[in-house]
Design a protein around this ligand. Structure first.
Ligand code: C2E
Ligand code: CA
Ligand code: CA
Ligand code: CA
Length: 278
């Protein structure tokens, strides 16, 4: 364990608890992760419930740490957001995802790549310009890019968010509201933002077939999406029972382990070449 400690010893001070030690260690390394080529993008299929076809994929960041192995975004995204390092990392993920999707389009796959955008990125004055540059430089058609914005982001500065979303829509990219139902939700904002897709959070889907409240919420969200001319996507679908529940209520799209976990690009491509999904 001592040899493994490496540079953590340099930072050690008796006042520091393990968590702050870990934080410092992670932060220092995270800043270098990009230049050291340790950031990866995995892809999870997005499936059209009616046809059963994969129509796109969500790009999910991974950090391949030399000692810690594959670090999940849940562990480093919050820290990356606090320190601002999410902006270069997020922009890198965006570019990588667009580049990869362009490659797939050149190979004949018609896929839409969905990229997570953090509040820091979205509020950056150069954000719209970055999107345009990335599309121009990678040659990806804007219609094959979707941006996932979380509710909490969207709700902070309403007029700024509305303006930015309108600009993005003019460019021709798609907008999804991510983790819907978990943020400081205000249904009235949905009307003003006019997004394309509403992603229903996994926490509602998990017990949707056993918990009456969750069943009612999911049913209502799907119905609302339909009436507002939005697509509905259910996150974290793991069982056939959940799939049937969603299909019966007219949910448009699903994502979850029932189809596949997020995969590296080469494995995702193998999945595309397989026969239609269940
Ligand atoms: P998210 O945007 O809600 O992404 C979906 C998460 O749910 C992913 O976790 C995915 O692996 C997981 N998931 C999908 N289907 C299932 C399922 O059937 N069962 C279970 N148990 N989990 C499922 P992941 O990849 O660990 O990402 C966690 C979060 O980190 C994401 O949640 C997103 O908020 C954030 N994140 C990931 N990549 C990026 C990124 O490039 N930029 C930003 N800003 N955030 C990112
Ligand atoms: Ca997401
Ligand atoms: Ca989500
Ligand atoms: Ca979620």
């Amino acid at each position: 364990a001592k040899e493994k400690g490496g540079d953590t010893f340099e930072f050690y001070h008796p006042d520091m608890n393990f968590r702050s030690l870990e934080r410092l260690h992670l932060e220092t390394h995270l800043r270098k992760a990009l230049s050291r080529d340790q950031i990866r993008v995995h892809y999870q299929p997005l499936v059209d419930l009616e046809s059963g076809n994969i129509f796109g994929m969500e790009a999910l960041v991974r950090w391949e740490h030399p000692e810690l192995g594959l670090v999940s975004p849940g562990e480093f995204i919050p820290l990356a957001e606090e320190t601002g390092v999410i902006v270069p990392i997020g922009n890198w993920v965006l570019r990588e995802a667009c580049m990869q999707n362009k490659r797939w389009h050149d190979m004949g796959y018609d896929l839409c790549v969905s990229v997570n955008i953090s509040m820091q990125q979205f509020q950056h004055p150069e954000f719209v310009a970055t999107i345009q540059e990335t599309l121009a430089e990678t040659g990806l058609d804007p219609a094959w890019l979707a941006l996932e914005i979380t509710e909490s982001v969207a709700m902070k500065n309403v007029s700024f968010v509305m303006e930015t979303i309108e600009e993005l829509k003019r460019i021709g990219v798609f907008i999804s509201i991510d983790d819907f139902g978990t943020g400081y939700s205000s249904l009235s904002y949905l009307k003003r933002f006019r997004v394309h897709t509403l992603k229903i959070d996994r926490s509602f889907i998990r017990d949707v077939t056993t918990d009456e409240d969750n069943a009612a919420i999911v049913t209502a969200l799907i119905a609302m999406s339909q009436q507002m001319k939005m697509r509905s996507l259910a996150e974290g679908v793991e069982t056939t029972e959940q799939l049937i529940f969603l299909k019966e209520r007219g949910c448009n799209e699903v994502q979850g382990y029932i189809y596949s976990k997020p995969l590296p690009a080469d494995e995702f491509q193998k999945l595309l070449d397989k026969t239609p999904m269940p």
